[in-house]
Design a protein around this ligand. Structure first.
Ligand SMILES: *[C@@H]1O[C@H](CO)[C@@H](O)[C@H](O)[C@H]1NC(C)=O
Ligand SMILES: *[C@@H]1O[C@H](CO)[C@@H](O)[C@H](O)[C@H]1NC(C)=O
Ligand SMILES: [Zn+2]
Length: 334
């Protein structure tokens, strides 16, 4: 295959969120931490058999495909929050300032947590909510999904391993793939098992508890804002510590920049998986199991449109205007 063709294929599937590899890895890490009761519930919601070992990982990128469809276009803003900060001088996330009127990752997490936990939605809507959750808990740990600057780095042109692409795509897809291989479920599972060992007995053992400290499914906005701020801080320290121009003018981001970033990528993927596992266990224990035996009055499916989670409307930010100009897409920089 020519280099152009390879780049073309990779570009099609990349540049959305952690790529397919990253999302599947987050999901496999989460699967490793689900209690057997939570796993049984999740399999049931997703229609997966009891022997299905990829029940979360094989649906982890569904939301990226869905956002490209007419029916799913409304969900495109849910994959990120546009922190209107000033990297590398100042990094911060402010929910009221940064979550646009069309919603963002934080409001989406609140909405789909409420929806999956409610118990009165149709099977299809419950499955949709779980698929969104599995995806967005991953997205929010990717630093450039918590950053407005240059459309989350989509407009920062760089060179990586000889290819002209953009910084966002390198974080989502190309740097993870250099570490763990192409986007197959087998590679994702192997990477997830390495990260799980790191969490259980390796370099993450002493810090993993801090990744989920205070996580609260009854206050998702506060919890997810903390997750977003945690990832956004890396924009100033690791993603572009010397500003964007330094990256665009670098001859190639491999190997020097890659070596400076890959440890953070591993950390964030591990964190996403560990948080997702804990989150789903809490949803199951505090809602699904807790409601067992209680007759739910489900004459009609409730609306649950999550509007109450959105911050008060603000004037459109420059970042939101930029997103609208490109139809909330993310491949336009090529
Ligand atoms: C496992 O379950 C998922 C749904 O959770 C489904 O998409 C996938 O096709 C199933 N895989 C196998 C091998 O049956
Ligand atoms: C909540 O989910 C529903 C169903 O997907 C969607 O129509 C609505 O826009 C969502 N609300 C928020 C705030 O994300
Ligand atoms: Zn995404």
């Amino acid at each position: 295959m020519s280099a152009y063709l390879i780049l073309g294929l990779a570009t099609l599937q990349g540049a959305h969120a952690w790529g397919v590899l990253g999302h599947a890895t987050v999901a496999y890490v989460a699967q490793n931490y689900l209690t057997s009761a939570t796993a049984t519930w999740a399999r049931g919601v997703l229609g997966a058999s009891s022997t299905n070992t990829s029940y979360l990982s094989s649906i982890a990128s569904w939301a990226d495909d869905y956002r490209e469809t007419t029916a799913g276009k409304f969900s495109a803003p849910f994959h990120f929050i546009d922190a209107n900060d000033n990297p590398p001088t100042s990094c911060n996330v402010n929910y009221a300032r940064d979550c646009g009127t069309a919603g963002c990752s934080i409001s989406a997490l609140a909405n789909y947590t409420q929806r999956v936990a409610d118990g009165r939605l149709s099977a299809a809507n419950t499955a949709e909510a779980l698929k969104f959750l599995v995806h967005f808990v991953g997205d929010i740990t990717q630093p450039l999904h918590d950053e407005a600057f240059e459309v989350g780095g989509n407009d920062i042109d760089v060179t990586f391993q000889g290819f002209s692409d953009n910084l966002h795509a390198d974080w989502d897809t190309y740097m993870p793939e250099v570490l763990a291989g192409s986007a197959t479920l087998a590679n994702a599972q192997a990477w997830a098992n390495t990260l799980t060992t790191d969490i259980n007995s390796g370099s993450y053992k002493s810090v993993a508890a801090s990744w989920i400290a205070g996580d609260d499914i009854s206050d998702v906005v506060t919890t997810a804002t903390r997750w977003a701020a945690d990832a956004n801080a890396f924009v100033c320290t690791v993603v572009m510590p010397n500003g964007a121009a330094a990256l665009s003018s670098a001859s190639d981001l491999y190997p020097t920049y890659y070596n400076s970033a890959i440890g953070t990528i591993e950390l964030q993927i591990a964190k996403g998986g560990y948080r997702l596992g804990n989150w789903l266990n809490m949803v199951y224990e505090q809602n699904i199991a807790a409601k067992r035996g209680i007759e739910l009055e489900a004459r009609e499916e409730p609306v649950l449109d999550g509007r109450e989670f959105l911050p008060p409307a603000q004037p459109l930010s420059r970042a939101e205007l930029a997103r609208r100009a490109v139809g909330y897409g993310c491949n336009h920089a090529h």
